[in-house]
Design a protein around this ligand. Sequence first.
Ligand SMILES: Nc1ncnc2c1ncn2[C@@H]1O[C@H](COP(=O)(O)OP(=O)(O)OP(=O)(O)O)[C@@H](O)[C@H]1O
Ligand SMILES: [Mg+2]
Length: 222
Amino acid sequence: MILQAENIVKTYTNGVKRLTVLDGVNLSIGAGDIITIMGPSGSGKSTLLNILGTLDNPTSGTVVIDGNDISAMPDKDISVLRNNYIGFVFQFHHLLPEFTALENILIPLMISGIAKPDRSRALDLLDYVGLTERMDHYPSELSGGERSRIAVLRALINQPRIIFADEPTGNLDEYNASKLIELLKKINTDFEHSIILTTHNPVVAQIGNINLTLEAGKIKTG
Ligand SMILES: Nc1ncnc2c1ncn2[C@@H]1O[C@H](COP(=O)(O)OP(=O)(O)OP(=O)(O)O)[C@@H](O)[C@H]1O
Ligand SMILES: [Mg+2]
């Protein structure tokens, strides 16, 4: 197992109101798995993904990544782990508007402290998705589908073990959504990255070898 989450509880408190979004979630990600999480809006899919991806803390429960219990780690070690081990793809891609496609892909390397990163892997990845000719375009000069593919490449540049994708196709038309799904599947086959993604789309969920549903704070299989 490359990630194990045990008995994850997440409670938000707003004034006197308490909202338990996750109520004892258990989940394991194995090497090469594609795990999909469906569930109604507000069921806690993004919350769960953020906790598994170390972007947020659970109220209680443990997340163990590569044998490391996250709750026992200092923040700076968590950042290093996140940089080396995890890639994120978000629904609204979050590309930085003042950087070109190529520069956006290189950003995780710069965050890792490499001032002048080797561009060759980024160029290989651009070629892999057929976007070499778009490498000098700014995000505003790319189509929605192209932006989402660039966002996937940015998540891949550090060769993470796990890719977290929160509704990666939520913003795309059917054609571009299926292209993105094909790309994720290809990445999973070619590079053996594990992928965990949330979606509202049952067709998208079919790429998973493990299909989960989040409802009333609990995970169900299928
Ligand atoms: N910081 C917060 N404080 C209080 N409540 C929050 C906070 N963040 C999220 N919530 C609530 O937690 C619940 C789960 O939110 P989350 O974003 O995880 O849902 P989701 O399943 O991803 O929904 P969607 O499918 O619409 O993206 C929602 O009801 C939301 O209102
Ligand atoms: Mg969400």
